[in-house]
Ligand binder design. Structure first.
Ligand code: AKG
Length: 293
């Protein structure tokens, strides 16, 4: 659906002004969208998953990071919705699916949901656009980032370049054709990074980002953890070309509205990513972080 058609549907939770802001800028922060009970359920789920990460046979979806102080901590759990029922419940129901419907249209398909910890010292992500990981027939796919704790400027907040979702999809290979999963140095001079804004906010806030927005995140320089739930959705009339790096059993599940036989396509030029099916059990993080930001 086009933004105009989506805006023609009555909003569920967002105001019309918030939706217009999203379409113009490619992101929207909804502050304190979750109540205290919802947040505490998420924190309990995080604690359970962290414990599970200590088990010797924990699944490959549990990715670890060695922090500057030498400790090895859980960096993220890919497809966390597959590993904890409360994460699946959270990402497959309101308010999350209502936010998604308000910006992708009434029929919403789920892509994947992970959790990320970013402990103190945890590294960031360089500049990238999510759509290069799952080239799609249109620009409707979104990522939602739910702040499980307050996020301030020291904690490596997500940085976005407003309006960049409407422009070029940059090369995420290097000049020699090697996959980076990050915008290549040979095209970086075209990326207006000086226009980027850091998104900070209180616990319970939800950041919606377009799959085409250029974004990054810094290292966590604070003494506090920055736990987040990351959940992806798209309009039901979106088809992804090739695989996607996350292998959730809930992939493409309709979480709002109904399936459709229609396909919406936008004019897009971008390269196919590597063959994700050759990377069983792992995701982008093991593949693309050759650069530190
Ligand atoms: O952790 C963040 O703030 C950003 C994560 C991100 O860029 C992504 O998952 O694509």
């Amino acid at each position: 659906m086009t933004p105009e058609a989506i805006l023609g549907h009555r909003p569920r939770l967002l105001s019309q002004a918030q939706r217009e802001f999203f379409f113009a800028n490619g992101y929207l922060l909804v502050e304190q969208a979750l109540d205290a009970a919802g947040l505490s359920r998420l924190r309990e789920a995080f604690a359970t998953l962290e414990k599970k990460g200590e088990e010797p046979d924990c699944p490959a979806d549990f990715e670890f990071e060695t922090l500057p102080d030498g400790r090895r901590r859980l960096r993220q759990v890919l497809c966390a919705a597959d590993h904890h029922p409360d994460i699946w419940k959270f990402v497959s129901s309101a308010p999350m699916t209502s936010f998604a419907a308000d910006v992708v249209g009434p029929n919403v398909q789920f892509r994947e949901a992970g959790i990320s910890y970013k402990f103190p010292g945890g590294r960031g992500f360089g500049w990238h656009q999510d759509i290069v990981f799952f080239p799609s027939s249109n620009r409707s796919p979104i990522m939602t980032l739910t702040f499980v704790e307050d996020v301030d400027a020291e904690m490596g907040p997500t940085r976005v370049i407003p309006g960049s979702h409407l422009g070029e999809v940059y090369d995420h290979y290097d000049a020699d054709g090697n996959w980076l999963g990050l915008i290549g140095e040979h095209v970086k001079s075209r990326v207006p990074v000086s226009e980027s804004v850091a998104i900070t906010g209180p616990a319970g806030s939800v950041l919606l980002t377009s799959c085409a927005i250029v974004h990054a995140a810094g290292e966590n320089r604070s003494a506090r953890d920055r736990p987040m739930v990351l959940a992806g959705y798209a309009s039901a009339d979106t088809v992804s070309y090739g695989g996607i790096p996350y292998k959730s059993r809930y992939r493409w599940r309709i979480v709002e509205g109904e399936p459709t036989r229609e396909i919406h396509s936008d004019a897009l030029r971008l390269k196919l990513p590597p063959d994700w099916d050759a990377y069983e059990g792992i995701r982008i993080d093991n593949l693309h972080q050759r650069q530190d930001n």
